[in-house]
Design a protein around this ligand. Structure first.
Ligand SMILES: [Fe+2]
Length: 245
């Protein structure tokens, strides 16, 4: 059991209480997620079986490796919606993006060419090795422009944990945090798991996401649920607040 040690805890059997998964890579062929539509549909079925009723998929926008534009994502997202409908899978599909904070992000921000989650929430990520020098500047400008930045998997940036007060600083600036469910079962290693538990314990998690890239991610979550490795009470997460556009 990863987090609550109280006797009153209640093991959860699915993620339906979250309603919406706000982080995944399901649009075929445009990043390191689903490679084709058949695989994408398999992932959608798997996420539905985990209890999600809405999937807002978030392809990487990382100019060097995945130079996805708003148009590419919208086109791919609409194709996925159509395919899910044709396949008769009862789940709602939305699309946004996961923006990588590098020196090129500033141009996108300037042009206001960002594809957001509902209510102008914007999912962002950054290097796993070091924070970009522009990190605080980007968060500041996003807020000024009326966006609500959500930092994807903050627990995976172990360098942030090593800078005293850094998480608090980002939160004080208005950045929200989205934890990966897989972090809680040790998928990214023990240090990330401990960091995730600490963020939860501190009440610094607003959203959960699967960050699903392939079927192994789903199998691991299924098996962890079956083994009772996730337990209530959970913090007051806000995934449901992003259920409507
Ligand atoms: Fe991701």
């Amino acid at each position: 059991m990863f987090f609550f040690k109280r006797k009153s805890r209640q093991t959860i059997t699915d993620f339906s209480f979250l309603h919406t998964d706000i982080h995944s890579h399901l649009i075929p062929g445009i990043d390191d997620g689903a490679r084709d539509m058949e695989t994408a549909l398999e992932l959608v079925r798997g996420l539905r079986a985990l209890g999600f009723k809405r999937l807002i998929t978030t392809p990487h926008v990382l100019p060097e490796f995945y130079p996805n534009t708003k148009e590419i994502i919208v086109e791919g997202g609409q194709r996925l919606q159509e395919a899910v409908k044709m396949a008769g899978i009862e789940v709602e599909i939305g699309y946004a993006a996961e923006y990588f904070f590098d020196e090129k992000f500033g141009t996108l921000l300037e042009k206001d060419e960002l594809l957001t989650l509902p209510k102008k929430h914007l999912l962002v990520e950054m290097s796993f090795f070091a924070a970009p020098p522009e990190l605080e500047e980007y968060i500041f400008h996003l807020k000024i422009k009326g966006y609500q930045p959500i930092l994807a998997h903050p627990e995976r940036y172990l360098y942030l944990a090593k800078i005293a007060g850094k998480y608090e600083r980002l939160r004080d600036m208005g950045c929200l945090f989205q934890l990966n469910l897989l972090s809680l079962i040790g998928y990214y290693g023990k240090p990330v798991q401990s960091n995730a538990e600490l963020l939860l314990k501190n009440g610094w998690v607003e959203f959960f996401g699967t960050d699903c890239h392939h079927s192994q991610h789903i199998r691991l979550l299924e098996s962890a649920l079956a083994k009772g490795r996730f337990a209530l009470p959970w913090p007051a997460v806000q995934n449901s607040a992003l259920a409507e556009s």
